[in-house]
Design a protein around this ligand. Structure first.
Ligand code: ADP
Ligand code: ASP
Ligand code: MG
Length: 503
């Protein structure tokens, strides 16, 4: 069997769901299990409803709920026709009335707990999965709706629950496998699960990808397909850089690094279950059925470019911890790390000297209590609105000059680098810049490291007829100056490769 996950934009409207039905129909013989996200923007709207209700604005929250209800009922009617749409409506209305009660209660108590938030957000995927399952049945696909809360079992870390694989496996085998054996197509919501006691949980924003991988691992799927709104994993976020190109094949390690450092196309934990069971993952475009997408497997052929891709992760804080005067330097680092441990701080990049340490964390995950704790042992300052830019490639290790060209390129783009990390992971170079500098830095780096993604005209213009030795010995100085650093570097790398090949 295979798992097919469709993201928010892939189920955003009746037309999009029609396309999903077509895609699933084309894979019918491979025993698909379908996992869907909430319709595009619905989770954001649920978040806003929760915030408004918790602020006592019941009317505003209920207005938003009314729009959400209209959108789902109208889509149901468009997909299922007036008669069947009306028949399905009561199943959806049950959820809207639960939501209505919850928002009123929230406006009364004015407190939205993480547990309450998970309950609230779970409705997005419950509603979309019900719609999609019915749309399939009407299109003669033998679909059965599955309640994900009964299959995906997690701990009680609300808002980013951790899956309990043993329990999940046994539930999936009991609830999903028999349907697959009967040639039915199970359809379920991603992102949501429940504790062993049945309290709804979520896997964190963007978690439907992770759900698909968890279900795939639990059911020993032969492949996991992530259908989204772009051609696959790309050399950078296409919203940042129009020249981004699709990566045909990439290794688990590289893709996991990219997902962790901000390639939103995959939830950061998605690849863990797949790696564990060596299940290939495909990222595909639900708007272009002919797309070959990206294949993610244990091994991938080396990239033609120096790096496989560039990512950026925004909303980062830098915390600078400097040992106070008079404090014993000995034991300083230990105290800092112990404080991080006490607060369960998950740190991205660390730079250390004898008496100072800087680290980065997602701003929303930085516990104020950690800063207070650190302030007892050191002088602490915090810089918000920072971003980590990360360049990933399995072949960068041991190649001279790569870091130099990364930082030269960033400097030429006029971007200041605040922190640098290279070496901790063999496959990435990451550094911190101001969030507002991200587009400039990423575009410059992409243009520099992915020359084949540039328009053809500019590629032709780069070719030089002057032989290399002449240029090197000074007679071609003007031309050498006119050529970009990148072109020189490509040449040097090519020579290094041919020398290495010859030896
Ligand atoms: P879905 O709703 O299908 O889960 P997401 O919005 O979560 O889709 O992820 C897809 C988006 O991820 C793309 O529209 C793209 O802008 C963004 N993205 C960021 N980095 C990359 C990358 N390296 N390759 C492809 N897409 C990326
Ligand atoms: N609907 C959830 C979100 O928007 C999960 C997902 O789309 O993967 O975060
Ligand atoms: Mg997503």
């Amino acid at each position: 069997m295979i798992v097919m996950k469709f993201g928010g934009t892939s189920v955003e409207s009746a037309a999009a769901i029609e396309r999903v039905a077509e895609i699933v129909s084309s894979r019918r013989s491979q025993s698909p299990v379908v996992v869907v996200s909430a319709m595009a923007k619905v989770t954001d709207q649920l978040v806003e409803m929760g915030q408004r209700a918790a602020a006592g604005e019941a009317a505003g929250a209920l207005d938003l709920l009314s729009c959400l209800r209209q959108r789902h009922l109208a889509t149901a009617q468009e997909l299922l026709g007036t008669k069947r749409g009306a028949a399905v409506a009561p199943r959806l209305e049950v959820h809207f009335s639960e939501l209505n009660n919850f928002l009123r209660g929230l406006a009364a108590v004015r407190e939205l707990t993480p547990r309450g938030s998970d309950y609230l957000l779970s409705f997005g995927e419950l509603l979309s999965s019900l719609l999609v399952a019915d749309a399939f049945v009407v299109r003669r696909l033998n679909a059965s709706w599955i309640d994900s809360r009964q299959c995906l079992i997690t701990d009680a870390t609300y808002t980013r629950a951790v899956p309990q694989m043993l329990a999940t496996r046994s539930r999936c085998k009991k609830k999903i496998s028999p349907l697959v054996h009967k040639k039915r197509i199970p359809v379920m919501g991603g992102f949501i699960g429940s504790t062993a006691e049945g309290v709804p949980t979520t896997l964190g924003r963007g978690g439907s990808d992770y759900s698909a991988a968890i279900i795939g691992a639990a059911l020993e799927a032969t492949r996991i397909e992530i259908w989204t709104d772009v051609e696959g994993m790309m050399t950078t976020d296409p919203r940042l850089c129009g020249d981004a190109k699709t990566i045909r094949r990439i290794s688990f390690n590289e893709a996991a690094e990219l997902a962790y450092f901000g390639a939103k196309v995959l939830h950061p934990a998605t690849l863990l279950p797949a790696i564990h069971q060596d299940i290939p993952v495909y990222v595909l475009n639900s708007r272009n059925l002919k797309s070959t997408g990206t294949e993610i497997t244990a091994q991938a052929p080396p990239s033609r470019d120096v790096f496989r891709a560039i990512t950026a992760k925004s909303s980062i804080s830098i915390v600078n911890v400097v040992a106070s005067r008079g404090v014993m330097v000995h034991g300083f680092l230990r105290s800092v790390f112990e404080a991080m441990d006490r607060h369960g701080a998950s740190v991205d990049i660390v730079a250390i000297s004898e008496v100072s340490l800087s680290f980065t964390m997602e701003t929303k995950r930085l516990p104020p209590a950690l800063l207070n704790d650190l302030a007892r042992i050191a002088d602490v300052t915090c810089e918000n609105e920072q971003a980590i830019i990360c360049l990933v490639g399995e072949d960068i290790h041991g190649k001279p000059g790569i870091a130099a060209s990364v930082f030269n390129t960033v400097a030429r783009a006029g971007v200041n680098v605040r922190m640098i990390s290279q070496g901790a992971s063999e496959i990435n170079i990451s550094f911190v810049v101001k969030q507002s500098d991200v587009p400039r830095a990423v575009r410059a780096l992409h243009e520099h490291f992915f020359p084949s993604a540039r328009p053809a005209k500019r590629t032709r213009a780069r070719k030089s007829k002057v032989p290399l030795p002449e240029r090197m010995n000074g007679s071609g100085v003007k031309e050498l100056e006119a050529r970009s650093f990148r072109e020189q570097e490509t040449e040097v790398l090519a020579q290094t490769k041919s020398v290495a090949g010859a030896s």
